[in-house]
Design a protein around this ligand. Structure first.
Ligand SMILES: O=C(CO)[C@H](O)[C@H](O)COP(=O)(O)O
Length: 207
């Protein structure tokens, strides 16, 4: 299972600092949606230039104009981009067309989708590399949130999936056991007193 570090920060400088500390322990460097909105796609270029050996993931959360938004993110240096599963099929197909043009990939984020396993199968048929079983930061804070639903949905989908939703050292083993291809961790790494050590501990829990 790969480890993805979601850098939910707001400046390119902060992202470069986080990436430098965590990169030895992670496979995928994610530029979070707030970072892309705040700093722009030049942040993607900066991270790819600094870490050409890492998979760079632009969390675009595209909802419309799939081909255009994916194209500009790939041109900036992204290897993977996200489109929302609640977007229309034509938006997802457009992003997949851009990915084929660049030799890159599309991940469909199932945040907010009620029947995640069914939508997962549909979007993989449209050409998504894998889906993200995702409970966002707001959903994690809701009363009654249960992380285990994401794992159950991933297993039920029958397609390649990642999991994101407050993963930490106590939960990452269960993510691996669910058969996920990728575990995404944000706050557990960037919110730790020592970013490098936090990334290393998550890595150690799954190797
Ligand atoms: O995409 C996101 C929010 O929409 C986050 O990057 C993702 O949820 C991972 O962060 P955390 O581990 O802090 O939940």
């Amino acid at each position: 299972m790969k480890l993805q570090f979601a850098m939910d920060t707001l400046t390119t400088e902060a992202a470069l600092e986080l990436a430098a500390a965590a990169a030895p322990h992670v496979d995928i460097l994610e530029l979070g949606t707030p970072l892309i909105k705040s700093a722009g796609l030049s942040a993607v270029t900066a991270i790819k230039d600094a870490h050409p050996d890492k998979i760079v993931f632009a969390d675009m959360k595209t909802m419309d104009a799939g081909e255009l938004e994916a194209d500009i993110a790939f041109a900036a240096g992204a290897d993977l981009v996200t489109v929302l599963g609640s977007a229309g099929d034509s938006t997802i197909a457009g992003a997949v067309a851009a990915a084929k043009k660049h030799g890159k990939g599309v991940v469909v984020d199932l945040i907010g989708v009620s029947d995640k396993p069914a939508r997962a199968r549909e979007v993989v048929a449209l050409g998504a590399e894998f889906v993200e079983m995702h409970a966002g930061l707001d959903e994690q804070a809701e009363e009654g949130f249960t992380f285990s639903t994401l794992l159950r949905d991933g297993e039920a989908s029958g397609v390649p999936f990642s999991v994101a939703g407050g993963i930490n050292t106590s939960t990452i083993e269960s993510v691996q056991s669910s058969g996920a291809e990728v575990a995404v961790a944000g706050g557990a790494i960037y919110g730790a007193p020592d970013v490098g050590t936090a990334a290393q501990q998550l890595r150690a829990a799954i190797v």
